[in-house]
Design a protein around this ligand. Structure first.
Ligand SMILES: [Zn+2]
Length: 115
C-alpha cells in the first residue's frame, strides 16, 4: 500500500483554496448595472437609443426592454445578461482600433423609428 509518486508531500494546506472561495460561484454577489450602462458605447455604434429597444432573449424567450437587462462592466469588455434567466444577451469589447460585438443571445431587437 504505497503510493509511488516518490514525494513526501506534507499535509499542505492549499493556499489557493481561499482564492477559490473568492473567485468561486458567488454569482449573486457580482455587482452589475442596468441596461443604461451600455447606452453610451452602443450609441457610438448604432446611433439609436438601445435602452428603449425591446429585445427577445434567445435562451428563455423573455421579451423585455433593453434597459431592464443586467450589465456587467467588470468583465473583459461589457456583458449584458437577461434579467429573467441571466443568459448572455450581448457582449461588447472595445480595442483601440475596433469593436467586437456578439449579439447571439438575442433573437431580435425591436427599435422604435424616429417619426
Ligand atoms: Zn432569458
Amino acid at each position: 500500500m504505497s503510493g509511488n509518486n516518490g514525494s513526501d508531500s506534507p499535509d499542505a494546506t492549499d493556499p489557493g483554496l481561499e482564492d477559490q472561495d473568492i473567485a468561486g460561484r458567488v454569482a449573486n454577489a457580482i455587482p452589475h448595472l442596468d441596461g443604461n450602462a451600455v447606452a453610451g458605447p452602443l450609441w457610438e455604434l448604432f446611433r439609436f437609443d438601445i435602452v428603449a429597444a425591446i429585445g427577445r432573449c434567445r435562451h428563455c424567450g423573455a421579451v423585455r426592454a433593453f434597459g431592464e437587462t443586467m450589465v456587467y462592466v467588470d468583465a473583459p469588455g461589457i456583458v449584458v445578461r437577461c434579467a429573467s434567466c441571466e443568459g448572455v444577451l450581448l457582449r461588447l469589447v472595445e480595442t483601440p482600433t475596433r469593436y467586437w460585438l456578439d449579439v447571439s443571445g438575442l433573437s431580435y431587437l425591436q427599435i422604435d423609428r424616429e417619426v
